[in-house]
Design a protein around this ligand. Structure first.
Ligand code: ADP
Ligand code: MG
Length: 313
């Protein structure tokens, strides 16, 4: 298959009409209309076969996830996604693979009204780089450096599912389906990110692990955090899949959840409930200091070790 045919297959399966695309795929570059009083928000993420997904991952899932992880970054900024670019490195021009990949990418692009306006296609070991664009009203972006002492620390959805799937896969256990779905086809929290504008102070998406990501907020805001380990939200599937110790480890340090972790001023809980209901859980508090402390129900600190944790007593 020629490169042109390949780009055409992708375009046909990802088409999303948008009035602000003045010129899309096909020229040397795309032309997009910009907006007054809004900041253009830009993020990019690469996924490499064997590093970010297994070599035998389904093409649909690779397409889905390559866009999902990028939309998650926009969600964490409170941005409305609009456009994407796709740089694909492929070992061969395999039509069924391209088609399924584009279907996965396209399914998510349609859900969020994201137009694919360009990209690049080269041959080499399988790797996918997606760049996403979006908009946020000037001054309303949710940044990592805006948490303040006294803020409540919140998280959307549940934690640990994707890491549990990865754990089952590595252990050559059957992967429970709800966990597999969270690992392969994460749902970026775009609408929640939009609802957080004007309420949340700092935000980040949970891609590396809850504590590691909250630690970025703390470092950039010059604060610490105290987290109640028992408050961390978990799915029924996770509780069925692993014991309590393992569950806690996955919730605290497992990656790939793509939930949002954010802080709100004390007292903002009701305003947030009115907007997003039970889509979030309060798990702790921002304190003076410079790191994340996780406490069990007796107030003892849980210290994360490589691959596990211990109690201080
Ligand atoms: P150039 O030689 O100018 O880089 P290309 O042949 O790489 O042009 O791309 C031709 C057009 O197809 C451009 O508009 C480019 O943005 C688009 N394109 C190339 N690869 C992809 C892809 N994987 N997904 C979406 N658009 C692509
Ligand atoms: Mg090119």
């Amino acid at each position: 298959m020629a490169e042109f045919g390949l780009i055409e297959r992708i375009r046909a399966r990802t088409h999303v009409p948008r009035g602000d695309v003045l010129l899309g795929i096909g020229d040397d570059a795309a032309l997009l209309a910009t907006r007054p009083n809004e900041a253009l928000v830009v993020a990019t993420d690469t996924m490499v076969a064997g590093v970010h997904f297994p070599h035998d991952a389904a093409a649909f899932d690779i397409g889905w996830k390559s866009l999902a992880v990028n939309l998650s970054d926009l969600a964490a900024m409170g941005a409305a996604p609009s456009h994407a670019l796709l740089a694909l490195t492929l070992p061969e021009a395999d039509a069924p693979f391209i088609d399924a990949f584009a279907e996965g990418f396209g399914a998510l692009a349609r859900e969020f009204g994201v137009a694919l306006v360009g990209g690049d296609t080269t041959s080499g070991p399988l790797a996918v780089t997606v760049t996403v664009l979006g908009f946020v009203p000037m001054g309303e972006a949710l940044r990592r450096d805006a948490a303040r002492v006294g803020d409540l620390v919140c998280v959307t959805g549940t934690l640990g599912d994707a890491a549990a799937a990865l754990y089952q896969w590595r252990s050559e256990l059957p992967i429970m389906e709800p966990l597999a779905a969270r690992w392969h086809r994460p749902a970026p929290r775009v609408s929640i990110g939009l609802a957080l504008r004007g309420i949340a102070r700092a935000a980040i998406d949970v891609s590396d692990g809850f504590v590691a990501d909250l630690d970025h907020i703390c470092a950039q805001s010059g604060v610490g955090a105290e987290i109640d380990a028992d408050a961390l939200p978990s799915s029924l599937a996770l509780r069925e899949a692993v014991d309590r110790i393992q569950r806690r480890r996955l919730q605290l340090s497992g990656g790939d959840d793509y939930e949002l972790c954010f802080t709100i001023p004390p007292g903002a809980e009701h305003a947030l409930r009115a907007r997003i209901g039970d889509a979030f859980t309060i798990v702790g508090r921002i304190v003076a200091g410079e790191r994340v402390r996780v406490l069990d129900r007796d107030g003892h600190e849980i210290v994360l070790e490589r691959g596990g944790y211990e109690h201080f007593s």
